[in-house]
Design a protein around this ligand. Structure first.
Ligand SMILES: [Mg+2]
Ligand SMILES: [Zn+2]
Length: 376
C-alpha cells in the first residue's frame, strides 16, 4: 500500500476513534444528568408524603442502572483512547514524520482521567443503595408487609441486573470464540472471512455435517501457516441474532473446522464473530453494531488482543463487505472468487487490491508480499 493511502486510512481511523471518545464523554454527561434528576425526583416524592416513602426503593435501582452504563462508557473510552495513543498516533507520527497531536492529547487528558469520577460513581451507588435500604428498614421494621417489600426489592434488583445485561448486549461488541488465548506472535495478521472463503457458504452453515471446505482452501491455510502472520477468522454470524442457530452450535462448528484445518497441517489462531443483525435486516431506527462487516470492529478488537499493526495486515474475503472492513483499517485486501465473488446483494462500491481464484491463490499473493525471494 502506498504511503499516502496508509496515511489517509490512519487519519480516517483516528477521526472515527476520536468521534467515538467524544460521543462517550457526552453520553456520560447525559447519564449523570439523568441519574441526578431521577434520584432527586424519587427522594422528593418519597419525602413529600409519609405514604409515599416506599418510593425510595426505586433509588438503588435507578442508581444501579445508570452507574453500570456510566462505568461501561468509561471502559469503551479507555480502550479506544489506548488504541489511539499506542497504535494510531505513533504510526501516523512515524509516517508523517511529525510528533503526535498535542491538542487532542489535551482534550483526552481533560476528559479521560476517569479515576476520580469513576470511583465517585461507584461509591455513590453504594451510598444510595445502603442509605435507602437502611431508611426503609427503620421505617418499615414494625410492618409485617416489609418482608414482602423486601422480596419485591430483591426481585426488582435481579430484574435490573438482567436489564443492564441487555443494555450491554446492545452495545454490540464483537465476540471471541477460541478455546485458549493464543499469544500474539507476529504483530500482523491475515483476517479470513469464514463462509464462502474457507468453507462452502451453504445458507447459514452451522451443522457439522454441512461443513464442507472450498477446493484449495485447506491448501491455502496450510500455506498461510508457513508465513509470519497471525491467522484470524473474522466472521459475521447474524444467524445467531436471527435465531437460526445458537452461539454454541457456531462454536462447535468452528471447533470442528479448526480441528480439520490442524489435522491437515494448517492453523487458525482465533475466531472473532459478530452475533448481531446485519445492516440489511435492522429494523428502521435501530443502529448497527460496530462489529458487523463492513464495519471494522472485529479487526480492531483483534488488533487490541494481538497487538497488530493493521496497516501491515491482510484481509481475504468473498464479499465486498469483507473488503470494505479491511480497507477501512488499512489492510491489504484480496477478494476471492469463491462464495459470493463480491456480488452479494447490496454489494458495496469497493475495489480490492487483488482478485484471487481461491484461498490458495490468495495465500500465494501474501507469500509474494512477505517472502518475495521464495516465489518463482
Ligand atoms: Mg463470506
Ligand atoms: Zn456485531
Amino acid at each position: 500500500m502506498s504511503q499516502e493511502r496508509a496515511i489517509a486510512h490512519l487519519e480516517a481511523i483516528r477521526q472515527d476513534i476520536r468521534d467515538e471518545i467524544k460521543k462517550r464523554v457526552q453520553q456520560r454527561d447525559r447519564y449523570s444528568i439523568q441519574l441526578t434528576i431521577a434520584l432527586s425526583a424519587i427522594v422528593a416524592v418519597s419525602f413529600s408524603n409519609p405514604d409515599w416513602s416506599k418510593v425510595l426503593i426505586a433509588a438503588p435501582l435507578v442508581s444501579i442502572y445508570f452507574t453500570m452504563l456510566i462505568l461501561y462508557s468509561y471502559r469503551v473510552h479507555r480502550i479506544s483512547a489506548a488504541y489511539l495513543r499506542e497504535k494510531i498516533e505513533p504510526e501516523l507520527a512515524r509516517l508523517c514524520e511529525t510528533s503526535p497531536d498535542i491538542e487532542w492529547e489535551k482534550y483526552y487528558q481533560a476528559h479521560a482521567v476517569p479515576g476520580i469520577r469513576e470511583s465517585f460513581f461507584k461509591w455513590a451507588l453504594w451510598v444510595v443503595t445502603i442509605a435507602s435500604l437502611v431508611y426503609l428498614w427503620t421505617l418499615e421494621s414494625k410492618n409485617c408487609g416489609f418482608i414482602i417489600a423486601l422480596s419485591l426489592t430483591t426481585a426488582a434488583y435481579i430484574g435490573t441486573a438482567l436489564w443492564i445485561m441487555c443494555a450491554f448486549r446492545r452495545e454490540k461488541k464483537a465476540m471471541r470464540d477460541w478455546p485458549q488465548k493464543t499469544a500474539p506472535r507476529y504483530r500482523n495478521a491475515v483476517f479470513l472471512d469464514r463462509d464462502g472463503t474457507i468453507n462452502v457458504d451453504t445458507h447459514f452453515p452451522h451443522r457439522i455435517e454441512s461443513l464442507e471446505f472450498i477446493p484449495k482452501a485447506i491448501d491455502g491455510l496450510r500455506l498461510l501457516a508457513t508465513l509470519p502472520l497471525d491467522i484470524i477468522v473474522a466472521s459475521n454470524q447474524a444467524g445467531i441474532a436471527r435465531g437460526i442457530f445458537t452461539r454454541n452450535q457456531m462454536s462447535q462448528f468452528n471447533a470442528e473446522l479448526r480441528t480439520r484445518v490442524e489435522d491437515a497441517g494448517g492453523r487458525i489462531d482465533a475466531f472473532y464473530f459478530c452475533p448481531h443483525l446485519e445492516m440489511k435486516h435492522l429494523r428502521p431506527g435501530d443502529s448497527p453494531c460496530a462489529c458487523s462487516k463492513p464495519s471494522p470492529g472485529m479487526l480492531l478488537e483483534a488488533a487490541m488482543d494481538f497487538k497488530l499493526d493493521l496497516s501491515k495486515s491482510f484481509l481475504i474475503g468473498d464479499k465486498t463487505s469483507d473488503i470494505a472492513a479491511g480497507e477501512s483499517v488499512g489492510c491489504v485486501t484480496i477478494l476471492v472468487k469463491t462464495g459470493k465473488e463480491g456480488k452479494e446483494e447490496g454489494a458495496l462500491p469497493v475495489k480490492p487490491e487483488y482478485l484471487a481464484e481461491n484461498l490458495y491463490d490468495a495465500a500465494l499473493i501474501l507469500q509474494s508480499y512477505l517472502e518475495p525471494g521464495k516465489v518463482n
